[in-house]
Design a protein around this ligand. Structure first.
Ligand code: KG4
Ligand code: ZN
Length: 363
């Protein structure tokens, strides 16, 4: 099935064309330069930029895929969660296109789509693994799977029973993991968006990831939730000193210390995610029975070098396959929306013309 995907939930205007789980085109127009001077995304500027860019980006995705609009068989759109003004632009464009082409419309949860990103380009990505020509049996994913989404706006664990049946097991109670990376990067004086820059700094040869002992949040013994605000505050105190504590100003900031702090932060942040995955695997998919059969990870922070390495180690240790996106599909993109949309459409799901944009995830 040839599906057009549209993504405008935050500050990337994106469109993509997917056929049978394979990405034919994926165009992402980043607004980084627009928001850089403010140190974060300004919602009003984001929605205005989406409005200006959405149709040219759709046209480019169609052209890059080597197809025509008339061949599109379904339109998928990320309709939640995100900035409401931004989401509205994508939803309105998707409705107009689906209506004018007389093809079905499907709303896709952006967080669920992040998990699906690792399936793209793989044969057998369709529901149940059944696929057309070129299917590789080994690429099939078995359920139930344990899903981890770590992005700038979300940090959640999921029980994935199938691509159309996901249950959230836990989520951050304060900052998202990517948000913590971005804030730690600001504290270290790195430019926006900080996550990739902090990752690069942490990889400085000789950087000591044990130079500073930063807290790894575990929360209650049973908790599958996350917390990153304590880690962020500890980082702030390491750099600026503890307020009210008169003895001992923080050590002078040298290039070596900056690299040590970045490496120490990255070690603690990644460990906090791995601890929760370990805990969830130990517990098992309680109401699904049996044990987890795979680990699925997605979201911008899965581009992090240390997280990728530790996820691979965890999966190997537990004897589970790991599904993780290609680097280009970790951050926001429309291919993941089109891919999951295709699976949902194939399963018979449809959205009505009343499809609404919503700021929160459906679960
Ligand atoms: O998935 P995404 O594009 O947007 C949301 O849905 O939120 O994720 C963006 C987040 C940002 O916080 C960014 O700093 C983080 O992903 N990120 C990284 C890396 N690459 C992107 N964080 C740590 N290390 C990276 N290499
Ligand atoms: Zn995202």
């Amino acid at each position: 099935m040839l599906v057009l995907g549209i993504e405008t939930s935050c500050d990337e205007t994106a469109a993509a064309v997917v056929r049978d789980g394979c990405v034919l085109s994926s165009v992402v127009a980043s607004q980084t330069e627009l928001h850089e001077q403010y140190g974060g995304v300004v919602p009003e500027l984001a929605s205005r930029a989406h409005l200006e860019r959405i149709m040219p980006i759709v046209s480019r995705a169609i052209a890059d895929a080597g197809v025509t609009l008339g061949e599109i068989e379904g339109v998928a759109v990320g309709n939640r969660p995100g900035l409401i003004g931004s989401l509205l632009v994508g939803v309105a464009a998707a409705k107009a296109l689906a209506w004018s082409l007389s093809v079905p419309l499907i709303g896709v949860d952006h967080v669920h789509a992040h998990l699906f990103a690792g399936m793209l380009g793989r044969a057998g990505a369709k529901e149940g693994g059944a696929s057309g020509a070129g299917a590789i049996e080994a690429a099939r994913i078995e359920f139930p799977a344990l899903g981890l989404v770590v992005s700038g706006g979300h940090t959640s664990l999921y029980l994935v029973r199938s691509w159309t049946e996901l249950k959230r097991l836990g989520a951050t109670i304060d900052d998202a993991m990517g948000e913590a990376f971005d804030k730690a990067a600001v504290i270290l004086g790195l430019s926006f968006p900080g996550g990739p820059n902090l990752d690069a700094l942490a990889q400085t040869p000789g950087a000591n990831d044990r130079a500073v002992d930063l807290p790894v949040s575990r929360l209650g013994a049973e908790s599958l939730d996350f917390s990153f605000s304590g880690l962020k505050t500890a980082m702030l105190y390491e750099v600026r000193g503890v307020p009210g504590k008169l003895d001992g100003a923080p050590p002078a900031m040298t290039e070596a210390r900056r690299a040590d702090l970045a490496a120490s932060f990255q070690r603690a942040a990644v460990k906090a995610a791995i601890v929760k995955l370990e805990r969830a695997i130990e517990r098992g998919p309680r109401d699904a029975g049996g044990a987890y059969r795979a680990i699925i990870a997605g979201g911008g922070v899965t581009a992090n070098s240390r997280l990728r390495r530790e996820l691979a180690e965890l999966a190997k240790k537990r004897g589970l396959p790991l599904v993780i996106p290609a680097m280009s599909l970790c951050v926001d993109n429309a291919a993941m929306i089109a891919g999951l949309g295709e699976v949902k459409l194939a399963a018979g799901e449809r959205s009505g013309w009343e499809l609404a944009a919503a700021p929160t995830t459906g679960g």
